[in-house]
Ligand binder design. Structure first.
Ligand SMILES: Nc1ncnc2c1ncn2[C@@H]1O[C@H](COP(=O)(O)OP(=O)(O)OP(=O)(O)O)[C@@H](O)[C@H]1O
Length: 447
């Protein structure tokens, strides 16, 4: 496991030697700045988790740039100054940069604090503790990477507004969780959050699903039915896979968004919608609009605030952390003590996860089924890992495996093979798209 790294930048030789003589400092892999270059640039390029920086008036530009730098999320800073008031440093401290030690420095406090940081950071890179998760959490989202922190900030900003939002991200990257988190942080949080998959709506029933129907509106309409607009009244309506909604129904949706009014099927009374719409897709929108499967006018109506969810492969160490997170929850649920070996964690981190967090979550669940105690690389059923073996000499299905687990593996693997396309997946598996959605929902909510 790589050792935590520490960056030191100081021009004062006595400060430098005092810091370098601290035992805690020597535990880290050290990187001392090159005095002729800007420290901020050097630190940006270095993969250091802790930085000791002497505050120097000549380097005000670096402090100004630090305000908006992603380094504030990924590095724990300790600044050393002579105590002269410095507004730029104060602003950085207000953003939660870390510690500010004023001269005369109490080095034993610095030592104690660095010792703690070292232990924490070593914990994060140690072979998984099987019962704890160390990732940050925001609403329903888990992740400590810079990309996720930037997403958290965007969600907070959008949640405070009343605008509609459009979430774009690969399949399984967490779009529904983003929508739900947006709802939780909005003023509508006390009202319902209602999610529907537009791809799973049957064309005959779509109007009724959206706007409801009255008793007798059509054969089989035995009683009044509330559509999702009514169910979500006062709250948030999440329209997942919006690009899969039949084209002619998109016009109807657009009309409701423009007028705020709709009529249940077979009803006479006009209802007023009070919902915030959050739509999502994993498709390339430009292409969907060009191919005329998605209406451009509807896009502009919905996308007052587009939010991009980063794919898991762009989230630094989050894959490793999420694996530990899902395992910790599984262990707590099953009252087990399974753990991930160091080489398993390395494989997890090195893999590109085309099916994103969902694929990782399911992979950990399958590995828990297959491993008795320590999860080794061969328990990860991911074909693209290349050298990862299947779990037995046949089809990767151990004797005695539960049928619903086998079904789950078949579904997730086929989905992955089809790049998340649920229509193709359902067709290959010989089930309806609706059944596929129901099964995926069941898996998603199983831990
Ligand atoms: N950041 C995250 N932290 C914890 N769990 C996550 C995170 N992102 C996704 N998940 C889990 O991964 C699964 C898929 O998430 P979700 O349904 O939100 O993805 P999606 O992008 O909406 O997928 P789809 O494109 O198929 O609709 C769920 O089980 C969810 O709980």
């Amino acid at each position: 496991m790589p050792s935590p790294k520490l960056f030191i930048h100081t021009r004062d030789p006595s400060l430098a030697s005092a810091l370098l003589s601290l035992e805690s400092v020597r535990q880290f892999e050290l990187m001392v700045s090159n005095q002729t270059e800007c420290w901020l640039e050097q630190l940006t390029n270095a993969q250091c988790q802790v930085a000791l920086i002497e505050v120097d008036n000549m380097e005000q530009a670096s402090f100004a740039a630090l305000q908006d730098s992603e380094l504030l999320n990924r590095v724990e800073f300790s600044f050393f100054s002579q105590g002269k008031p410095d507004p730029l440093l104060d602003q950085v401290m207000q953003k939660g940069a870390g510690f500010h030690y004023r001269a005369p420095v109490n080095y034993s406090l610095v030592d104690a604090s660095l010792r703690e940081s070292f232990i924490e950071l070593s914990d994060n890179t140690r072979p998984a503790s099987s019962n704890t998760s160390h990732l940050d959490q925001f609403g329903q989202l888990v992740g400590s990477s810079v990309a996720m922190h930037s997403l958290y900030r965007t969600i907070r900003k959008v949640a405070a507004t009343t605008t509609n939002a459009f979430i774009i991200g690969e399949s399984g990257s967490g779009k529904e969780l983003v929508a739900n988190t947006l709802h939780i942080f909005s003023e509508r949080s006390a009202a319902p959050f209602v999610a529907i998959n537009c791809g799973a709506l049957s064309p005959e029933l779509i109007d009724s699903e959206l706007f409801g129907h009255v008793k007798g509106a059509f054969t089989g309409a035995y009683k009044d039915h509330e559509g999702v607009f009514e169910q979500a009244q006062g709250g948030t309506l999440f329209l997942d896979e919006i690009t899969e909604m039949p084209y002619e129904h998109q016009v109807k949706l657009l009309r409701v968004l423009e007028s705020g009014e709709y009529k249940p099927v077979g009803g006479q009374n006009v209802k007023t919608a009070n919902v915030r719409i959050i739509a999502a897709t994993n498709r390339d929108l430009g292409e969907a609009i060009k191919e005329e499967t998605f209406r451009e006018d509807l896009y502009f109506r919905l996308a007052q605030f587009p939010i991009s969810v980063p794919p898991l492969r762009e989230r630094e160490d989050d894959a490793r952390g999420l694996a530990q997170h899902f395992l910790a929850y599984r262990n707590a649920q099953d009252k087990t003590q399974k753990s991930l070996s160091a080489s398993t964690l390395d494989k997890i981190q090195a893999y590109s996860w085309p099916g994103n967090v969902r694929e990782l979550k399911h992979t950990i669940e399958r590995a828990c089924i297959l491993a008795n105690d320590v999860i080794e690389p061969e328990h990860l059923i991911i074909n693209s890992l290349g050298d990862t073996e299947q779990a037995d000499d046949g089809h990767g299905i151990p004797v005695g495996m539960r049928l619903d687990d086998i079904e789950k593996i078949a579904i997730t693997e086929t989905l992955k093979e089809n790049d998340g396309n649920k229509t193709d997946t359902a067709q290959q598996l010989g089930i309806s798209v609706k059944t596929l959605y129901n099964k995926l929902d069941k898996y998603d909510s199983s831990n």
